[in-house]
Design a protein around this ligand. Structure first.
Ligand SMILES: Cc1cc2nc3c(=O)[nH]c(=O)nc-3n(C[C@H](O)[C@H](O)[C@H](O)COP(=O)(O)OP(=O)(O)OC[C@H]3O[C@@H](n4cnc5c(N)ncnc54)[C@H](O)[C@@H]3O)c2cc1C
Length: 324
């Protein structure tokens, strides 16, 4: 069987977390199929990145060229198509990220290979890959089999797999830059950082996050006072940011910030995968929700199943007593 290829995603010379998750899945597939996990690194000044990849892959194909300094879908697609055609991998894995989705859909169309998106895992069943995806807002998992093909393409949801340490000692193979589109239609111009307000939630040790369960904007101060009482900063889920009850820079999740505080308290938040992606690596997670079946409790270390409008005043009083 062919190797498992994994596309390395990087930004400003740093490998993105999603890549190590993709490689963890790739190593498991390689073990199951008796093949190798081959990382594909398209970058510029790649030495440091290669060093951090070595443990994670059995082989690292490196194209080091200024054309790959920043993500450019035209160049990535052309280089990957060339590498996939030559390597004939069993499967190519990419992160289901903004970059990954863009390049993989173009690649799938160009190579005419079956492409399954936003998978939470991939495994082998009777020598054929089976991908697992979530449907109905994460309530059900579906198993997707592929039409028979020489090669397959899968994008893996960021945050769905924990990145594990590898113990490989990847062989590094330098490749010539494949022919790139000329003239190119896309040009990388600049990174534009999201505006950060007066509070940077990525730097806080304690984050108190509020969701739709708070019901109305006028109730936000209840959570804000609680956050202040325990020395935390206030963050939120998407409905709260969309309603502009809190600014967008407080949003936690796939379309907001990814944070890893010492303590994350989720109040009136159900725990959608888009939200969990942004906070599941917090050291300790406490959830307050009146629904015992809320998915947030699957991630929480401690949970309070009750009405937040009862719980928060009680907690605030206890803290005030403790401080006396
Ligand atoms: C492309 C895309 C990107 C997205 N990105 C993000 C993102 O970055 N971050 C994000 O958060 N979401 C994101 N979402 C939205 C996400 O799918 C969910 O809709 C959202 O996370 C739900 O927010 P919530 O948990 O606050 O609300 P809900 O899912 O409505 O949950 C509210 C919770 O409050 C509880 N509750 C209600 N009343 C009380 C009470 N009195 N006491 C205690 N508990 C109570 C309920 O039991 C419920 O569990 C994205 C969606 C899409 C499609």
């Amino acid at each position: 069987m062919g190797d498992i290829l994994a596309l390395v995603e990087h930004r400003r010379g740093e490998i993105r977390d999603a890549t190590f998750e993709v490689m963890t899945c790739g190593r498991k597939l390689a073990d199951q199929t008796g093949s190798r996990l081959t990382a594909v690194l398209l970058g510029s000044d790649t030495d440091a990145m290669v060093t951090s990849l070595k443990r994670h892959a059995h082989r690292i194909l490196v194209v080091d060229d200024p054309a790959f300094k920043d993500f450019n879908n035209e160049f990535y697609r052309a280089a990957l198509a060339d590498i996939v055609a030559r390597e004939q991998p069993l499967m190519t894995l990419v992160g289901h990220t903004a970059y990954g989705i863009e390049v993989a859909s173009a690649l799938g169309a160009e190579l005419d290979v079956p492409f399954t998106t936003d998978c939470i895992s991939v495994e082998m069943a009777d020598d054929r890959p089976v991908a697992v995806r979530q449907v109905y807002d994460g309530k059900l998992n579906e198993r997707v089999s592929f039409r028979e093909a020489p090669s397959y393409l899968v994008s893996l949801r960021a945050g769905a797999t924990a990145a594990e340490e590898g113990d490989a000692d990847g062989e590094v193979v330098a490749l010539e830059t494949p022919p790139l589109p000329d003239p190119a239609h896309l040009k990388f111009l600049d990174y534009i950082e999201a505006v950060t307000g007066d509070v940077d939630i990525t730097k806080a040790d304690i984050v108190v996050s509020v969701g739709r369960g708070i019901k109305e904007e006028k109730n936000i101060p209840l959570v804000e006072e609680f956050a202040g009482a325990i020395g935390g900063v206030l963050a939120c889920s998407r409905p709260v940011a969309d309603a502009e009850w809190l600014p967008k820079d407080r949003l936690v999740g796939s379309s907001g910030k990814t944070i890893k505080p010492k303590l994350y308290i989720a109040i009136g938040i159900s725990g959608s995968f888009q939200h969990l992606t942004g906070m599941k690596n917090s050291d300790t997670i406490i959830a307050i929700n009146k629904d015992p079946e809320a998915p947030i409790f699957n991630e929480a270390d401690y949970g309070i199943v009750d009405d937040l409008f009862k719980v928060l005043p009680a907690l605030k009083n206890s803290i005030a007593e403790m401080k006396q």
